[in-house]
Design a protein around this ligand. Structure first.
Ligand code: AMP
Length: 563
């Protein structure tokens, strides 16, 4: 029997119409670079307008794109930071039926060239502050027909158009083409730790459903009345889909473009009375240092409106969660990846568990549970579910309406990313995340490592993430990364690479004593290397591959460690 329900396509034009119709007075505030000071640092300047302005300009951009020959299915690239113009592109490009391809601005120009060519981008929108990349890119990207510079054009780039001038003569109403909800709307390339980057393609339907997940109570509870600052970049996993989800529910948007340092963020969060913000742990470490500095200086920031700081992208150490709690600020831990749009799990506490109890901290340091429409399993090498005991490690697999089932133009990688598993609904395809996790009885996952980052000592797995988080709980430690180094007897043993806080001191013995009560002896790092800094990659995470290269020939002094 067929239902009598309507079948309305889930598409981004619907979201844009909703924003314009119901939330015209919602605001978009962008902190932009207005120029450079004498020391070459960007000078911040604020831009503010409403969602009514945004929708009008997005439609002007849509008309300009159509006039430039952009057709449904064409790819339009952006190389841009978080700002109102980028937001306009987020709506306009999918609304003409084209594909918004956000390019990670921190990649090497060679990688940018590779992914622009792989995607076959037709038009490029680029921030003025990033226009310096163009000479290294343009000669090698034959598919690019048009380059448009967002913000005042800094120098003469032959053939490049000024965005504001380009859209200004266009009508601010737009007739949408018919769009299939399963058609491509956006694409992102994963950072690609081995081999070439791989393209993940989001559909209109997956984005709209992800918007509902992001704003849902079991997600991030975003609603009208909220003001949301995604520090997560619009060039990495679509800023967690926030540029679409936030306006859709009528919450205000705040963007920080190049200003993700502690002092600028603290000021912006306070001035704009931001209620929800999201970023990777390194961003919040910088913010914490600034909050503590300001408090000691007797000029504390008023962050009383800040309800939640969502952290994801790398594990949030329990010490970081506790440190923010001491300032009355709530860290909420989430997990996801480019292939999961990215919302996979969030650690919301079970009813009745106080957030500042030991049990609360234990749960909050986990990556959490899935929202509706997404499911996870943790499986062993024979694809059997590991026990849900919070201890047994296995491969994390995930399935759902906003989870990728393959990669653009890469059949081998697509096939390898999926695993067939039996379940209550028959045999299904699951996406193999490449993460190693545990899952407990209540369904909370805890990420132990990337499969390739695990330390395998004498055939047993050691979680580098657990060790790092514990090390970062030591008062003298600013940052810590644990990597595997070759060992003649045990294959691999953990080496801790540590950055000490300014002016702080700690010896390897101190750090070992700090870890000893928490871990089995054979888990303890064999050695500690103190360094000035740990390399951070294009997405704000420790670049362990670089560390592994650097310490490839490291010779452990103790020839047989695990006792
Ligand atoms: P990306 O696709 O670049 O966003 O990277 C996704 C990867 O980041 C995941 O597969 C995890 O390895 C890691 N990741 C994301 N969030 C977390 C988290 N909360 N804790 C630990 N690792 C995380």
């Amino acid at each position: 029997m067929r239902s009598t329900m309507m079948d309305v396509p889930l598409t981004l034009p619907y979201v844009l119409e909703r924003v314009q119709r119901y939330f015209p007075h919602g605001t978009v505030t962008s902190l932009l670079a207005a120029g450079m000071d004498a020391e070459g640092r960007p000078i911040p300047a604020k831009h503010r307008y409403t969602y009514a302005d945004m929708a009008r300009r997005a439609k002007q951009l849509a008309n300009a794109l159509v006039e430039a020959g952009v057709r449904p299915g064409d790819r339009v690239a952006t190389i841009a930071t978080n700002s109102y113009r980028h937001l306009e592109a987020y709506f306009a490009i999918p609304c003409v039926g084209a594909v918004l391809h956000t390019v990670n601005i921190r990649l090497h120009p060679e990688q940018i060239v590779y992914i622009v060519n792989h995607a076959g981008d037709k038009v490029l929108l680029i921030d003025n502050v990033l226009a310096r990349l163009l000479p290294a890119i343009l000669p090698h990207c034959p598919t690019l027909e048009k380059v448009v510079i967002m913000g005042p054009v800094p120098q003469q780039i032959p053939g490049a158009l000024d965005y504001d001038t380009w859209i200004s003569g266009q009508p601010d109403t737009f007739t949408y083409p018919e769009i299939d909800e399963r058609a491509a709307a956006g694409m992102c390339y994963t950072s690609g730790t081995t081999g070439n980057p791989k393209g993940v393609v989001y559909s209109h339907r997956s984005i709209v459903l992800h918007n509902l997940g992001m704003t849902h109570p079991s997600g991030f509870m975003i609603a009208e009345g909220d003001t949301v600052l995604p520090v997560v970049p619009m060039f990495h996993v679509m800023a967690w889909g926030m540029p679409w989800a936030v306006p859709m529910v009528g919450a205000n948007s705040v963007f920080a473009s190049v200003f993700s340092d502690g002092p600028n963020l603290a000021r912006l969060l306070a001035e704009e009375k931001v209620t929800v913000t999201a970023g990777v742990p390194t961003i919040w470490m910088g913010l914490l240092a600034e909050i503590e500095r300001a408090r000691e200086a007797g000029e504390p920031y008023d962050l009383s409106g800040l309800r939640e700081l969502v952290v994801g992208g790398s594990a949030a150490p329990e010490a970081l969660i506790r440190a923010f709690d001491r300032h009355g600020l709530r860290i909420v831990h989430a997990w996801g990846m480019t292939e999961t749009s990215p919302f996979g799990t969030v650690s919301r506490l079970p009813a009745g568990v106080p957030h500042d109890s030991d049990e609360g901290y234990r749960v909050r340091a986990k990556q959490g549970r899935v929202p509706p429409l997404v499911d996870v399993r943790v499986i062993d090498d024979e694809n059997r579910d590991v026990p849900s005991d919070g201890r047994s490690m296995g491969r994390l697999v995930i399935r759902g309406n906003w989870i990728s089932g393959g990669y653009y133009g890469d059949e081998t990688a697509s096939r390898n990313s999926l695993v067939e598993l039996r379940g209550p609904f028959g045999t299904e395809q699951w996406f193999d995340t490449g993460d190693i996790a545990t899952i407990d009885e209540a369904g909370y996952i805890s990420i132990q490592d990337r499969a390739k980052d695990l330390v395998k000592s004498g055939g047993e797995w050691i979680s580098s993430v657990d060790l790092e988080n514990a090390l970062m709980g030591h008062p003298a430690v600013a940052q810590a990364a644990v990597i595997a180094v070759p060992h003649p007897k045990w294959d691999e043993r953990p080496l801790a690479v540590v950055v000490l806080r300014e002016g702080a001191q700690a010896t390897p013995e101190d750090l070992r004593a700090h870890l000893e009560p928490r871990f089995a002896r054979w888990w303890l790092p064999d050695a500690y290397e103190f360094v000035e800094s740990i390399p951070i990659g294009s997405t704000g995470k420790f670049m362990k591959r670089e560390l592994r290269d650097r310490f490839r020939d490291y010779r452990l002094e103790s020839a047989d460690s695990p006792a």
